[in-house]
Design a protein around this ligand. Sequence first.
Ligand SMILES: Cc1cc2nc3c(=O)[nH]c(=O)nc-3n(C[C@H](O)[C@H](O)[C@H](O)COP(=O)(O)O)c2cc1C
Length: 180
Amino acid sequence: MEIFQDLLLRRQSDRKYCDKPVEEEKILTCLEAARLSPSACNSQPWSFVVINSQPILEKAQKRIATMGMNKFVKQAPVLIAIVLEKANFTASLGSVIKDKEYPLLDIGIAANNICMQATELGLGSCILGWFDEKGLKQLLDVPEKKRIPLVISLGYSAATTRSKHRKPMKEILHFNSYKR
Ligand SMILES: Cc1cc2nc3c(=O)[nH]c(=O)nc-3n(C[C@H](O)[C@H](O)[C@H](O)COP(=O)(O)O)c2cc1C
């Protein structure tokens, strides 16, 4: 088993995939990682639509590769659309009182868990926030009123591991006071 830090360094947004299908068992393991994610008030405001069969995959890819963005998804053998479901009462109330979008935070955590699990399984992944949401909802029979905040592409990566470009720690870290 890998240590967590190695996984963090190996996880990257993969935008090149091999022409190799992803085993259903691996897809299910990634979704189990999402299911086990924490969420505000354990609300679990999510459901997942796995897209892994033609011709629906091709149609979904077209709705994600829009306006010159995300062309690479046309190589991805699996897409996972994360549907934002209604939060439970306490999370909804908490969101209003504290003016925080708990359900969207929950979705982000679940998305990252999918990607981290994918990395551990030797798969590449990319979180996608840019796509034709309306078109995708129609294609997947997701009711118009619901949202799809994110889609994740999955596949065996054909990319090499890049080094991370991140802000230096001294720019983002404060001990005990924001001013220091
Ligand atoms: C909420 C969110 C939305 C994103 N949307 C896209 C996207 O639409 N297309 C894309 O290629 N990458 C997308 N990314 C990936 C980021 O560009 C990437 O995580 C960032 O540049 C850091 O690179 P790394 O993931 O390889 O470490 C998204 C990431 C997040 C967290």
